[in-house]
Design a protein around this ligand. Sequence first.
Ligand code: NAP
Length: 348
Amino acid sequence: MCEKVIIIGSGPAAWTAAIYCARASLNPLVFEGAVTEENRLAGTLPLGQLSLTTEVENFPGFPVGDLTAYLDHAISADRRAMMAPHGKQGASGPELVELMRQQAVNFGARIVTDDIVDVDFSAPPFQLTALEGGIHQSHAVIVATGARANYLGLPSEEAFKNRGVSACAVCDGALPRFRNKPLVVVGGGDSAVEEADYLTKFASTVFLVHRRAELRASRIMAQRAQNHPKIKILWNRTLAEVLGNDKDGVTGARLASTVGDPDLHVDATGVFVAIGHTPNTAFLKGRLALTDKQYIRWTTPARTYTSVEGVFAAGDVADDYYRQAITAAGSGCMAALDAERWLAAKGF
Ligand code: NAP
């Protein structure tokens, strides 16, 4: 059997594409990813980056309010039972993406909890191989596999994720634990500087920890960081250990020197890692045109077209610039409309 459209991914881009495709009677099949230890360690479990964040305060339509009754009503009982209670007001990332998934299910999207590990886009219909071994055919494909934040890989970093360690200042920076407290940002590129700048709205001081004596960030961004009264750049330093305890989460950081100085300890209630992202495109290598940074290349301005006709890309897998849930959702909608029109033109 050949599907009309297969969607690969399970973040805001994928679910929005699924909602639009389902409502357009395309009967989409969604590969939401596999639940494996390898994916857990890589940060690529189903439901993506949004499921790794805490409160989401900037997704339109979810102002502060008690969502408990609504979640009980909107989400299927079996999925609701698996959701961790968080006991606070407003939507969390996991709740928001679960609501998106449910909305896609409500319109008839079919979901397979598995990874696509290989694709053959050489000739239509396209062939997709799942981790479990099944081969699936489809006339159109929407790739929305997202990206994952790079972490340093320290055990202490892993231990305090969501308790002070984050890779997204825009997602987490406004949380109470970061207010009027010193924070650490690791990295020296535009992202790190941007994160540090953003966090100055909340923090008492932001320590920008960079492994060299010169920032990689663009000159204007670097100057902004260097001139900011709340940003203190700690040159030639790397994060050796996140310090903390079970009760308080992160309490500080131990910073090693890259030029032979003694370790430095700083107090901080948060550590933000901003050393780049990796798009989830390994399974596409050689099958689809990628950018130098391995993101999918959108080939036409303001469209979600890729180098292969009939294959569309949405969300962070093709966007290394905006990287927001709402922009991913928007491009998921675009990809669904692009796929629908392409399928209609081909007579499918
Ligand atoms: P990036 O430019 O690749 O910078 C990554 C930074 O992390 C570098 O400073 C690098 O150090 C550091 N780093 C990498 N691995 C590390 C490790 N293991 N330990 C310690 N430090 C490590 O990534 P990005 O900042 O995410 O930016 C990605 C792209 O998006 C860039 O093209 C950037 O210009 C763009 N962007 C633009 C804006 C904007 O214009 N507003 C905002 C954000 C991002 P080294 O410098 O020593 O390699």
